[in-house]
Design a protein around this ligand. Structure first.
Ligand code: PLP
Length: 630
């Protein structure tokens, strides 16, 4: 656990149990002894053969823990409650979940349901997001819950948001551009619905990290001081200034320190008070997202991978800054809203994938060593010089001759003088010599049954790091350092940077017997990755299981299970017609081959190590535990 700093980034949800497996405390620190869920057992249940009681789901596998989601929602609300009480704040917190972080139906439904006692709402940034937010809030939301409508808006978007008001939803249309005001006024007149309007302010406060490009005067979004005043003037002129009730801003994701946060919130609170002074019916200050996640467990503001505050400290900084400014200006304390996404959903899922092979270290046995004697005269001279320097312990000279030998043998291979076996023998010899001289073994490449582009898009796109560790054998010291290489034929499809500034990951030797896999988990990836992931090489998403804590023998129940998209599904996403393709191919084959072909269309695109296990089509579920949700 210490090697991977599990306690740093994993607490209070992930730890290493006495079996050396990663285990999950589904209720955080409130999890009772015996309620912990062993992740390796979840994988055995989900991916194990059906004949043995498993669900036969192909890997990769996304394991969702709704209990963790509940705990996040409750903890966030408790932190703000504490902040309100401890600072004597005169109003309350009422957050929204920005669905862009993870639009999965069950994630959104869970958050709305778990957030109902706290009047927790949703934020949408597009028409489909608004539609899902509306239906979810109507079905299970608290009537007071806010529905914050951000993003670029056309008449269709604004009309939908106004319809949501007629359905009794507490909808606020947040102007991101000054021009949107005309669209809102026009649509509200046409539909006869009085809108509640918010404004997104472009703050001067700037967050310097990667995620801060949305902030500052040159940020992409929001209204500057002139535009804010112009909106106020226009609303006043048409007798709608009372519709302006919310001020929103977003400094950027992963706000590094509470000092920066207080600065931004203080600036926004000044604008809020000015709007109140100018006659708007101000009620809510929406501080946007930015509540950070400690991906590397360092609890520091040095990199984008961590933040230097706790949830409680974040909440106190926000509430105190708003209260301070409002008190100075004699303005009533507003409801504080946050759009915390990353902090809410990152911890709730774990992506499990398998390392199925690894490059072997260079080997030179008696059967291949003679090849070195067959080298050309100059290469053999280099080889003898390497050996002589090695015997003398002259590492520098040894390395120079080894490099020369490699270079020369490669040139001679290109000229057709040396064969492939000779080239391989030289490589192995040089590697062994380097190891003998005490050079660290080059990291081995572990091949993983995953697409980085589909499942870890932020990793290759913006260099984001997530904790990746083996989920078993953690009582055994890893013997190897490895990097991870995915299934796509793309050189970016690899993981070579790991938390803690490492360029390789301590890993165990792969099991030699075929029956047991070597599973790795990618943690804290519950935000953004699922929707951002693409279909490079037509690898689709993972299989998904939903696992809740239960009183059963292993403390968990799989309440939902679905195999990931099949080859047919991903082909359809690119406008191919698998049924037609199948008919075309079938004409060139017999019945038995056609049946295999049909199975190939129905299977997931990933490697299958247990053919008996993995033939479910997308969305199908089977073998659920007795308390299945169906
Ligand atoms: N609100 C807005 C307007 C955003 O742009 C974002 C994301 O960048 C969020 C909320 C969520 O931010 P976070 O995931 O950092 O909480």
């Amino acid at each position: 656990a210490a090697l991977y700093n599990v306690d740093g980034w994993g607490a209070p949800y992930f730890f290493v149990n006495d079996d050396g497996d990663v285990a999950v405390r589904p209720h955080g620190a409130a999890t009772l002894p015996g309620q912990e869920i062993d992740l390796a057992k979840v994988v055995a249940k989900a991916a194990g053969p059906r004949a043995g009681g498993g669900l036969g789901l192909p890997l990769p596998l996304l394991v969702r823990f709704p209990d963790v989601l509940r705990h996040r929602v409750e903890t966030l609300n408790a932190a703000f409650d504490y902040a309100v009480r401890s600072t004597g704040y005169g109003s309350r917190y009422q957050g929204v979940y920005p669905v862009k972080c993870n639009q999965d139906r069950y994630v959104v439904e869970d958050i709305v349901e778990f957030g109902e006692p706290f009047r927790f709402g949703l934020e949408a940034g597009s028409k489909p997001e608004l539609l899902l937010a509306m239906s979810c809030l109507v079905a299970r939301g608290n009537p007071d819950a806010l529905l914050v409508c951000n993003g670029y808006k056309d008449d269709g978007y604004v009309s939908l948001a106004l319809m949501a008001r007629t359905m009794g939803l507490n909808t606020v249309i947040v102007l991101e551009q000054e021009e949107e005001l005309d669209v809102v006024v026009e649509a509200s007149r046409r539909l006869g619905v009085r809108p509640v309007v918010g404004m997104r302010a472009k703050l001067r406060t700037k967050h310097a990290g990667h995620f801060g490009s949305t902030s500052g005067e040159k940020g992409k979004f929001g209204l500057n001081a002139t535009q804010i005043l112009s909106v106020v003037t226009k609303l006043k002129a048409i007798g709608m200034l009372d519709c302006l009730q919310l001020l929103h801003f977003h400094i950027g994701s992963q706000i590094p320190t509470t000092a920066l946060l207080s600065d931004g919130v203080g600036e926004a609170a000044q604008i809020y008070c000015e709007l109140a002074r100018l006659g708007a019916d101000m009620r809510v200050i929406d501080v946007g997202g930015g509540l950070g996640v400690d991906y590397d467990g360092t609890h520091s503001a040095q990199t984008d991978m961590s933040v230097a505050y706790s949830l409680e400290e974040y909440a106190v900084a926000v509430v105190a800054a708003v209260g301070r400014v409002c008190d100075r200006k004699g303005v009533q304390h507003p409801i504080v809203c946050s759009e915390s996404g990353r902090a809410l959903v990152s911890h709730h899922s774990v992506l499990v994938f398998e390392a199925f092979s690894a490059t072997a270290p260079g080997q030179l046995d008696a059967a291949t060593a003679y090849l070195l004697d067959e080298l050309t005269d100059d290469c053999r001279a280099d080889y003898r010089n390497v050996m002589a320097a090695a015997v003398r312990g002259d590492y520098d000279t040894c390395g120079l001759y080894a490099d020369q030998l490699k270079r020369r043998s490669a040139e001679q291979f290109k000229e057709g003088v040396l064969g492939l076996e000779h080239l391989a023998a030289v490589d192995a010899f040089c590697e062994i010599v380097a190891r003998g001289m005490g050079a660290p073994e080059a990291p081995r490449t572990y091949h993983i049954n995953l697409s980085v582009f589909t499942s870890l898009p932020d990793m290759w796109a913006i260099g984001q790091q997530f904790p990746i560790i083996p989920i078993q054998r953690l009582q055994e010291r890893p013997a190897v350092d490895g990097v991870l290489s995915d299934l796509t034929c793309d050189s970016d499809g690899k993981v070579c940077e790991f938390i803690g500034g490492r360029h390789s990951l301590p890993l165990h030797e792969l099991p030699t017997h075929a029956t047991r896999g070597y599973y790795l988990g990618m943690f804290l990836g519950g935000a953004y990755q699922e929707a951002l992931g693409g279909l490079h090489n037509l690898f689709g998403g993972p299989s998904v299981v939903r696992v809740t804590q239960s009183d059963g023998p292993h403390c968990f129940a799989v309440t939902r299970a679905a195999a990931g998209p099949s080859c047919a599904d991903v082909l359809r996403a690119m406008q191919h017609e698998p049924e037609v393709m199948f008919e075309v191919l079938k004409q060139r084959t017999d019945d038995a081959t056609a049946a295999s072909l049909a199975r190939a269309f129905g299977a997931m695109p990933y490697l299958v190590f247990d053919p008996e296990a993995a033939v479910m089509s997308s969305g199908e579920s089977s073998g659920m535990s007795s308390d299945s949700e169906g």
